[in-house]
Ligand binder design. Structure first.
Ligand code: NAD
Length: 290
């Protein structure tokens, strides 16, 4: 297939490389001067989109997505598929899908989980929103770039699933970290805390698979001086998107709201920028009840 790939950063670069490695003819464009193994770089987004069977975008945010959409949709062939893998607000995802529909382009919003490691290994999970026809045509590419793709519903449903999942993740990480900090103050050994909680009703992915306490549980960023992993500022981005969606849909999300405020404080004024999101534990460790 002829594929156009726009946005070749940390995630897009290895994803595009995997498509080329699988034998597809991939044309790439990024604002920055980048190269990708097996991908032919071109001079603009529309150039990458023209005559492509499928266009993939992997961009930083909804504003940039809207700008790129207004350039590429008119360049695309009617009936072609556009997969947007960026994490953006639900409103932007729905707006660009509407624009695509008017031009007879089959749009799928398909944000991912799995991070840079998953992108390189081709083991991402895709959460997709769009018509059955669009999802079906996008599926062969999901199979190359990832190991699982869930068709969540109509346009915007992929983004909705992603931000709901990550709101749970942010809230749960905070709960796990504050519980470890409380356990410390109570003189409870961290390994014992893990042994109990990981097999009791307080268990979670953040405790069992990504334990924020160094030397406890399976290997995680905590064991590597909290190098990301999943950076705190990316967690903050997703939490903000969850609150933007809660605002626009009038949903009550008090825990999501508190988690957003805590990560905001952590990233903007407590040295969390560039650290893994599990570095909330040393943050709590240093504090007293105020
Ligand atoms: P990144 O900043 O490394 O890459 C984004 C790329 O888009 C950059 O190379 C930038 O130059 C390019 N770009 C910006 N504007 C452009 C334009 N108008 N035209 C063409 N290219 C343009 O970011 P990333 O880490 O690759 O993340 C991409 C998306 O994936 C984000 O929405 C992010 O939230 C999401 N995501 C990231 C991770 C992760 O672990 N990094 C995990 C899951 C989801």
């Amino acid at each position: 297939m002829k594929i156009g790939f726009i946005g070749l950063g940390n995630m897009g670069n290895p994803m595009a490389a995997n498509l080329a490695k699988a034998g597809h003819d991939v044309s790439g464009f990024d604002m920055a001067d980048v190269t990708v193994p097996g991908v032919t770089m071109v001079g603009s987004g529309p150039e990458a989109a023209t005559s492509a069977d499928i266009v993939v975008t992997m961009l930083p945010n909804g504003q940039i997505l809207r700008a790129v959409a207004s350039e590429i949709i008119s360049a695309m062939t009617p009936g072609a598929v556009w997969i947007d893998c960026s994490t953006v607000d639900v409103d932007s995802a729905r707006a660009v899908a509407e624009q695509a529909k008017e031009a007879d382009v089959l749009a799928v919003d398909a944000p991912v989980s799995g991070g840079i490691g998953g992108a390189a290994a081709g083991t991402l999970t895709f959460m997709a929103g769009g018509s059955d026809a669009a999802f079906e045509k996008a599926s062969p590419l999901f199979d190359i770039m990832g190991q699982k793709a869930v068709h969540c519903g109509e346009s915007g449903a992929g983004q909705a699933a992603k931000i709901c999942n990550n709101m749970i993740l942010g809230v749960t990480m905070i709960a796990t970290c504050e519980a470890f900090a409380l356990a410390d103050k109570l003189g409870l050994d961290r390994q014992k805390m893990f042994d109990v909680v990981s097999t009791s009703s307080g268990y979670s992915w953040t405790m069992n698979a990504y334990c924020p306490a160094p030397g406890v549980g399976p290997a995680s960023p905590a064991d590597n001086d909290y190098q990301p992993g999943f950076a705190a500022e990316l967690m903050l981005k997703d939490l903000r998107l969850s609150q933007q969606a809660a605002e626009s849909s009038d949903a009550d999300t008090p825990m999501g709201q508190i988690a957003t405020a805590l990560y905001e404080q952590f990233v903007e004024s407590e040295g969390g920028l560039g650290k893994d999101f599990s570095a909330m534990l040393p943050r709590f460790e240093k504090r007293n009840r105020s």
